[in-house]
Design a protein around this ligand. Structure first.
Ligand SMILES: Cc1cc2nc3c(=O)[nH]c(=O)nc-3n(C[C@H](O)[C@H](O)[C@H](O)COP(=O)(O)OP(=O)(O)OC[C@H]3O[C@@H](n4cnc5c(N)ncnc54)[C@H](O)[C@@H]3O)c2cc1C
Length: 379
């Protein structure tokens, strides 16, 4: 395997660093403090092609592959996890679902606007009582002629309020039947569809997380992705790719926390020398660096399988589980290296620490990743 980044990856990383210095770093603490979802900044990222990374060029996207996608998410998250999470949800959940399972008409209708971030995308699977246990979802869709009438609510939805278009998973059959769920595309402004409570979160505070409520919401049958009853199987495939995204988010957060720690440990003097010269600190840095390297290799392996169209469930779960857990460990060590300063908002590591925890929860918790891995290896 060739580990050398492609020309595109190098270009993307440089572009994001420059963009981040100009448009993200100066405002990210304000967005975090006030829970502002910076829609205008996303439109600018769209102009750079970062909001339609995997969408084919014929539908207005960048038409790039998973290696480039990993670079986009990890380099953005190295700067700000919230922006990384939102870019990931837009690209691999909403746009990814339509791109993988939409017919040509549906792709023409929604993907060009999503690819440029003229429209922001959301994806609704989780409900208040059904997170890991999605097959028991209660949001229902009942057929009425050429329409389906949706009633219920989705919780924890990234861009649940600001999203212009959402892929919604709703029950069309029996509970616990993997063929009893269907994917619908719902546009903002459709009567009967509104946003509910916005969550006040520990981290990822600039990424909007909101409830979506459906009350007798009529959706035309032409908005169904694939066939009636295909939604759950589609969602699991979307999550296989999505997990590479969240793994890349964890990797980026870990890299950001490590970069800051390396620099600070060389500058901060105690007992007459830089703290990096104490073995206790140097070994922490060594552990952080080794974990980051291992996470990156797992992600590249999963990306490679995805690129070659092979089954990726086990490897995307490996990558998501490990990269998420090390993002928490590395950012915890980073706060320790900064000492009391790490506990303040004047330095960047407290934000990496808060943001990192989402990675072990979203798109399947670490426990669920271990269940996926165990199921695959015990087959
Ligand atoms: C910031 C944020 C953004 C999100 N964005 C989206 C989004 O855009 N779209 C969307 O659909 N969802 C989204 N989610 C929801 C997310 O995917 C769920 O929170 C996640 O799947 C876990 O579900 P839950 O919170 O209901 O936890 P639960 O499923 O209630 O789990 C609680 C605990 O029990 C454990 N557990 C559950 N079942 C088992 C089991 N069988 N064996 C062992 N342990 C188990 C879990 O690992 C966890 O530790 C988001 C969540 C957050 C926090």
């Amino acid at each position: 395997m060739d580990f050398k980044p492609t020309e595109n990856q190098v270009f993307i990383a440089e572009t994001i660093r420059k963009f981040g210095d100009q448009h993200i770093r100066p405002r990210m603490m304000e967005w975090d403090e006030e829970q502002i979802f910076p829609v205008d900044m996303f439109r600018k990222l769209g102009e750079l092609g970062m909001m339609g990374v995997l969408i084919p060029q014929e539908y207005g996207g960048a038409g790039l592959g998973y290696f480039e996608y990993v670079t986009v998410i990890s380099e953005i998250s190295r700067i700000c996890g919230s922006i990384g999470l939102s870019v990931a949800a837009h690209n691999s959940l909403c746009s990814g679902h339509i791109n993988q399972f939409g017919n040509p008409e549906q792709k023409k209708r929604w993907l060009p606007k999503l690819a440029t971030a003229e429209w922001i995308g959301a994806w609704g699977l989780t409900e208040a009582n059904t997170g890991s246990d999605a097959l028991r979802m209660q949001c229902v869709a009942k057929q009425d002629g050429n329409h389906w009438v949706i009633n219920g609510a989705k919780n924890w939805i990234t861009h649940g309020k600001s999203g212009d278009v959402a892929v919604l998973l709703a029950r069309t059959g029996e509970a616990l039947d993997s063929h009893g769920i269907t994917a619908f595309v719902v546009e903002r402004g459709t009567p009967g569809f509104k946003a509910g409570k916005k969550e006040n979160k520990l981290g990822m505070r600039a990424s909007e997380t909101t409830e979506m409520i459906f009350e007798d919401c009529r959706i035309p049958a032409e908005n169904i992705l694939g066939n009636v009853g295909d939604g759950f199987i589609q969602a699991m495939k979307v999550l296989d790719g999505g997990r590479i995204s969240i793994a890349s988010l964890g990797l980026g957060i870990a890299k950001g926390a490590y970069d800051a720690s390396l620099k600070y440990s060389r500058e901060r003097q105690q007992f007459g020398k830089p703290i990096s010269q104490f073995q206790a600190i140097a070994f922490k840095l060594a552990d952080m660096a080794a974990k980051i390297e291992a996470a990156e290799l797992l992600i590249l392996k999963a990306a490679d399988l995805k690129e070659r169209g092979e089954k990726v469930s086990k490897h995307s779960a490996f990558a998501k589980y490990y990269a998420s857990e090390i993002a928490v460990q590395v950012s915890t060590d980073a706060v320790q290296i900064f000492g009391g300063y790490g506990y303040t908002k004047d330095f960047p590591v407290e934000k990496y620490y808060r943001d990192s925890k989402l990675c072990t929860i979203g798109e399947g918790t670490s426990e669920i990743q271990k269940m996926v891995i165990a199921r695959e290896i015990l087959k």
